[in-house]
Design a protein around this ligand. Structure first.
Ligand code: ADP
Ligand code: GLC
Length: 482
């Protein structure tokens, strides 16, 4: 089978969040299953800075754009990255950030990602690649499925092409002015409620939901949640209409990147049978965050997160005083919305010896938190899948999560008597519920032998991409036969 993955970010090329981890791992693990996979993404400044060995495969290739002729070039990776193709258009992708500054999104994101989506399909034509499945991810590439449906259906290369649209986050929909439709070459007739119109705007994500052969979310529970008004962000009705073609596949972990036994970012490496290195990682973490080493006896709670409304930082900030009274130390690594950054900076000023904070995007520190913390906190308001809880399990760092989306699917509450479970969960979205769960966790932490048992349970969990990739293969086979 020939698969084309359209994603606006992918590790190791450019990343802002979990989408990159998924789009980076999926090609690798699908190839292991014998599929031929290509990934097409924008050639951002961040990709350019990586200094990859690249080969130009298209130069100044023409693209019809709002009635005028634009051009773009395409670069292909080499060696292990030969599956990756990068659309070069510097006026749109050669910028400091992928989607916008901490203050706001780039105002021309509609044009930027339509151009990318359209150019990606042109690239497949020019390289004469006829995929069985085009697998688009999130709103940034969703509009490619409108182009496929309305502009390329008759093209012999795409006649048998089916499509899968993966929703990683329903809250980000890509809403733009109606005038964009003409500019990107789609008919105005699509500006109806049954097509792309959404409260007076063009909704890119709708293109994925409407025109894909099948749709999936990144966890089974989230596929059910988004069919309700509470989680549907205005699209629950449409999603219910497509429920027979709506699936949930839990993301996986690429253990070649997330394994404390091999992790070169760590001060020491460790395995389930030889855990000593974890204590060194804890000391190293406290040092990295400038916290007193005397705090190493107490539980360290870590958090690695985009700073966005979704992630539950408001209830965390509300709970801080009580959390520190319980004896916990907290370290947070994150970037994102200015308002949340400022709230955290203020909290650090208030609790300097209890709260370590880094406002940065830093993969190295993310790994140090996975290893050096005792508990990883994810108090999300909603969470389509969540990857950090699955990473932290492998590091013997116990997830404390809100029971929503993929967090609920991957974490089971620990039962002291039976010794079963891999973490702690709370239901209500409130500081009080978060604190109750933290109290339960710290109580177990204080009983060393029980905590050790919990660490063993956590490290034994297997969320490898091998399993998720096989589920994608089964879904591809199903939709290719539709
Ligand atoms: P989301 O995609 O909603 O941000 P996920 O849990 O799926 O949440 O994925 C987050 C990914 O981004 C993880 O790989 C995590 O380690 C990484 N990450 C998030 N914030 C940072 C940061 N500030 N520095 C380094 N890595 C980060
Ligand atoms: C999104 C979601 C996150 C998920 C990630 C990868 O960014 O917020 O829950 O894990 O995509 O699928």
């Amino acid at each position: 089978m020939k698969i084309v993955i359209l994603s606006s970010e992918a590790t190791p090329f450019a990343k802002t969040g979990g989408l990159a981890d998924v789009a980076g791992a999926l090609p690798k693990f699908l190839s292991k299953l014998g599929l031929e996979v290509k990934l097409v993404m924008p050639f951002y400044r961040e990709v350019r800075k990586r200094g990859l060995l690249l080969r130009q495969v298209l130069e100044d290739h023409p693209l019809d754009w709002g009635g005028r002729r634009e051009t773009f070039s395409v670069w292909q990776g080499s060696g292990d990255s030969a599956f990756a193709f990068f659309i070069e258009k510097d006026e749109w992708y050669d910028r400091d950030f992928l989607y916008g500054t901490p203050a706001s999104d780039y105002p021309d994101n509609g044009e930027r990602f339509s151009f990318y989506s359209k150019a990606a399909l042109e690239t497949l034509k020019a390289l004469d690649f006829a995929p069985d499945i085009i697998h688009a991810h999130d709103w940034q590439s969703a509009i490619a499925l409108a182009h496929l449906e309305f502009l390329h259906r008759e093209n012999p290369r795409f006649k048998n092409t089916r499509s899968l649209f993966t929703i990683h986050n329903l809250a980000y929909q890509g809403l733009f002015e109606k005038s964009l439709l003409a500019e990107i070459g789609l008919p105005d007739s699509l500006f109806t409620m049954d097509n792309l119109e959404f409260f007076g705007k063009v909704n890119f994500l709708k293109a994925g939901i409407l025109y894909a052969t099948a749709v999936n979310t990144v966890s089974p529970r989230y596929s059910r949640e988004i069919q309700t008004p509470e989680f549907g962000h205005g699209l629950d009705g449409l999603l219910r209409k497509r429920k027979d073609a709506l699936f949930g596949i839990l993301n996986g972990v690429d253990y070649s990147a997330w394994d404390p036994g091999q992790d070169l970012f760590l001060a020491a490496r460790y395995t389930p049978s030889l855990l000593d290195g974890k204590a060194d990682c804890k000391n190293d973490l406290l040092e990295t965050f400038g916290l007193p080493l005397s705090r190493k006896e107490a539980p360290v709670i870590g958090m690695v997160s985009r700073l966005a409304g979704q992630k539950g930082l408001d209830i965390l900030v509300e709970a801080l005083g009580d959390l520190f009274t319980l004896g916990a130390t907290l370290v947070i690594l994150g970037t994102g919305e200015e308002k949340i950054q400022n709230a955290l900076i203020a909290a650090r000023e208030r609790y300097p010896s209890f709260l370590g904070l880094k406002i940065a995007f830093d993969d190295r520190v993310a790994h140090k938190i996975m290893a050096g913390s005792d508990i990883l906190l994810i108090p999300s308001r909603y969470e389509p899948c969540g990857l950090t809880q699955m990473y932290s399990l492998k590091y013997g760092t116990i997830p404390l999560v809100r029971a929503t989306g993929g967090l609920d699917d991957s974490i089971q509450e620990f039962h002291t008597d039976r010794g079963e479970g891999n973490g702690f969960k709370f239901e209500d979205y409130s500081a009080r519920a978060l604190l109750d769960a933290a109290r339960r966790a710290i109580k177990v932490y204080d009983k060393k032998s029980t905590w050790d048992r919990l660490i063993q349970n956590a490290m034994a969990a297997d969320f490898s991409w091998d399993r998720s990739a096989r589920e994608y293969l089964t879904l591809y086979q199903k939709i290719a036969g539709l």
